[in-house]
Design a protein around this ligand. Structure first.
Ligand code: IMP
Length: 426
């Protein structure tokens, strides 16, 4: 690992790749863990000391004493949800106030942003995105419209700024004829959350991070969502509203591109997607149900069923290109243990046209598959890559050859010990 670098750890498909677990394994190597995009739409599950935590806005390095955790300028933050998340961690004995810095430039999610999220979804009808309902889209839209409130705003004359923006939102909701909502209790908790946040270190994290890099410290940029949900590179308009890719690491933390070191791309041995939008590899049969059941593929934030399908090499190749992925991490390989045959999507086909490049509009494309022999062996007890069954080794070799990128870590179960390092690259 080079000194003074930012390594990125990114979900490279539709999110839910299991970033939480890997960050937990990675954090000992870094001085700082920073979130650069998204907000409480994320749900990074971490099992720690026998307890399970679902982190939404707080970086996964929070459990390690002596590490700085940063919520960067590219993030959006909901004070009430932040308070609930932080209090749970504080109750479990973790000292957040010394370990967490929040960028003054990060944007605030208002209760009315969440109502607007619901209103826009309702207005879209059958074209609804299937958002997490956390107000993510309306908050990033507000940021782009240059009318948003930032974390730094809570330090001075906040009440007046809040009242003015809330009034504007109420007018927008009336214009949308969306008036059947009541945020009284939610708003009270939100305002409590604002007061609570004032007790934290709200700082210019961009300068702090660069200072630390100059001192030779290393930063892990913890991604949220996935490349195919990126506002520019995902399956627009069925995407989230932030930059979830390596480019987003730079803008979302205020660091220069030449500071980026390794880019770790996380994917699952199969595919999942939550919410609406194109998903050419989706399985509507019992195979899809079987993957969902074995893989526990239900949303960490919304509890929704995740849509399941085979691995998609078209999407992975595209994501590797866009992010400059240097190492791949394959999660949940053990979920496919019982399958005689495994399939990999190698191309998309529509109206007699076949492509291996990610098309502009992924709607209506059918997956073209290659069949691969399954390993039909329990991987979950394996502790060394040398003990992988031959058919599983062949699967890995095939993916590496197709993706032109080494798979350096393979996960074979939810526990930390079930993370197998195949080769040390950095
Ligand atoms: P939003 O981010 O709440 O606006 O949702 C936009 C789309 O991204 C929806 O399809 C969500 O299901 C999806 N999405 C947002 N966050 C996550 C995540 O952390 N994992 C998986 N899907 C997500």
């Amino acid at each position: 690992m080079k000194k003074g670098k930012v390594d990125a750890l990114l979900g490279i498909v539709f999110g839910d790749e299991g970033k939480g677990k890997v960050v937990d394994v990675f954090t000992p190597r870094y001085d700082v863990v920073a979130r650069f995009a998204g907000g409480p739409n994320a749900g990074h599950t971490i099992i720690f000391d026998g307890k399970k935590f679902v982190l939404r806005s707080i970086p996964s390095g929070i459990f390690d004493e002596g590490k700085l955790n940063v919520i960067g300028n590219g993030c959006v933050i909901a004070p009430d949800l932040f308070m609930a998340e932080a209090k749970e961690l504080e109750a479990a004995g973790y000292d957040l106030r010394s370990r967490l810095h929040i960028s003054k430039r990060a944007h605030l999610i208002l209760p009315t942003h969440r109502v607007l999220d619901r209103a826009y979804e309702a207005a879209k009808g059958k074209n609804a995105v299937g958002t997490t309902g956390k107000g993510i889209g309306p908050t990033y839209s507000e940021k782009a419209a240059r009318t948003g409130l930032r974390v730094g705003d809570i330090l001075e004359n906040f009440e007046a700024k809040y009242a003015a923006l809330k009034a504007r939102h109420e007018q927008q909701l009336r214009d949308l004829h969306y008036t059947d909502y009541d945020i009284t209790e939610e708003e009270q908790r939100w305002l409590e959350g604002i007061n609570y946040m004032r007790q934290f270190q709200l700082t210019d994290t961009e300068a702090e991070l660069n200072r630390m890099l100059n001192e030779g410290k290393n930063i892990l940029a913890e991604g949220a969502q996935g490349t195919m949900l990126d506002i520019d590179h995902g399956t627009y308009p069925f995407v989230s509203s932030s930059s979830t890719t390596t480019g987003g690491v730079c803008t979302g933390l205020g660091i220069a591109p030449n500071r980026i070191g390794e880019v770790f791309g996380i994917f699952k041995a199969y595919s999942t997607r939550v919410g609406a939008g194109p998903f050419p590899v989706e399985l509507f049969d019992e195979t899809g149900d079987k993957i969902r059941e074995i893989g526990h593929e239900y949303g960490a934030v919304t509890g929704r069923n995740r849509r399941c399908g085979w691995i998609d090499l078209v999407a992975l190749k595209y994501a590797i290109m866009v992010n400059g992925v240097t190492q791949l991490i394959m999660m949940k390989s053990d979920v496919l243990d019982g399958f005689e045959t495994i399939r990999a999507c190698v191309a998309y086909q529509k109206d007699g046209v076949t492509t291996t490049d990610m098309p502009y509009d992924t709607e209506g494309w059918q997956a073209v598959y290659k069949d691969i022999k399954g390993w039909q062996t329990d991987l979950s007890a394996i502790t060394s890559a040398a003990d992988f069954p031959e058919a599983f080794r062949n699967y890995i070799d095939y993916l590496e050859a197709e993706l032109h990128t080494p798979i350096t870590i393979v996960s074979v179960g939810p526990d930390r010990e079930q993370t197998i390092i195949r080769q040390h690259v950095s």
